[in-house]
Design a protein around this ligand. Structure first.
Ligand code: HMG
Ligand code: MG
Length: 299
């Protein structure tokens, strides 16, 4: 059967804000995170310690971390691309870090100025260093289903990378459909390939972008395969500025609506979350693309 509870991994403050053209004050980001936690988010990706020239939107990572005082019960994670990012994150008091690699060469080049193997080597090095400091490490793989330049991505390739990351010590994996092209059969085939390599489902999270409207169907397929952690962003904010045609993440509200309808616990108060996303949309200056936010606002 389906899991009785699901961990929603909130990426709004990171994936959601990394491509916004509006400059968002650090204080607004902090309030966004505090409101998410007040609405019941138990896991939040706060920001990125990447090159500020690549992602100027998150260049205030140190200031944001300094401003936040979240309870230990909230799992907080920050994205780091390399040793320098790990050093900055540790100095800022990070409790968990996320490394990220690409399943395709063109995106490794555009997002990390590297190759697939070079990005894996960097992630492996950061993982070892972070684990030696006692930090859990999440390993993201981008372009797990398709890539705008290279087309469909073979599941075997993604499964091989996943196995390499798990062997290098990542404590969990997040499989990214960066441009939202995946469909449920492909999701099940990928999860099968990971199972064949002995990777436990309890270590796997799915990260869907809703570009082609497939995200919830893909979540449902993943649930039937035993996955119980899903990435989403409040109000459906977000995309990767280095991935052509990418739009927002699956909206947390849309995910919560489906999970609660299935009787699956998330810990999230939907009204409070919707208020937060609507408030954030005002700060950013454009309305939420989430269907559930739109419907509840009109109700
Ligand atoms: P590079 O230009 O090759 O880096 O970029 P470099 O090592 O040559 O360094 C260039 C300059 O950046 C140097 O400064 C470094 O010190 C500095 P300079 O000496 O010229 O003044 N630098 C840094 N500064 C601060 N913090 C750092 C850092 N690293 C270098 N950590 C690099 C390589 C990896 C740095 C760059 O490509 C980068 O930062 N990329 C990140 C891009 C990004 O954040 N993309 C979005 C997140 S991934 C995503 O959204 C996908 C995901 O959601 C899952 C999915 O949907 O698939 C996770
Ligand atoms: Mg993403």
């Amino acid at each position: 059967g389906l899991p009785t509870s699901v961990r929603i991994y909130e990426v709004g403050p990171r994936d959601g804000l990394q491509a916004e053209t509006a400059v968002i004050p650090t204080e607004t980001k902090a309030q966004f995170i505090e409101r998410l936690v007040a609405a019941g988010s138990r896991t939040v990706e706060l920001t990125s310690f990447v090159s500020p020239r690549w992602i100027p939107q998150l260049a205030d990572a140190e200031e944001l971390m300094d401003r936040l005082h979240l309870p230990d019960s909230v799992r907080t994670v920050v994205l780091v691309p390399n040793r320098k990012g790990l050093e900055r994150a540790v100095a800022a008091g990070a409790r968990e870090v996320a490394v990220f690699v690409s399943a395709t060469e063109e995106f490794a080049k555009r997002n990390l100025n590297s190759t697939v193997d070079g990005a894996i080597a960097a992630a492996t090095e950061v993982t070892a260093a972070a684990r030696a400091l006692g930090l859990p490490v999440r390993g993201y793989i981008s372009m797990c289903f398709g890539d705008p330049w290279e087309g469909t991505v073979p599941v075997e390739r993604v499964a091989d990378i996943a196995k390499t990351l798990v062997d290098s010590g990542v404590t969990s994996l997040s499989l990214g459909d960066t441009i939202g092209v995946g469909t449920p059969g492909h999701v099940l085939a990928l999860l099968d390939a990971l199972r064949e390599r002995g990777i436990p489902t309890s270590q796997i999270a799915m990260h869907f972008h809703d570009t082609y409207g497939q995200a919830l169907s893909n979540v449902y397929a993943s649930l039937t395969a035993g996955v119980s952690e899903f990435d989403s962003s409040a109000g459906g904010l977000g995309r990767c500025p280095y991935a052509k045609g990418a739009t927002g993440n699956l909206a947390t509200e849309d995910l919560v609506w489906m999970l609660h309808g299935l009787g699956i616990d998330t810990g999230i108060d939907l009204d409070s979350l919707t208020d937060t996303s609507s408030w954030m949309a005002e700060q950013i200056g454009h309305s939420s693309p989430s269907r559930v936010v739109t419907a509840l606002r009109a109700a």
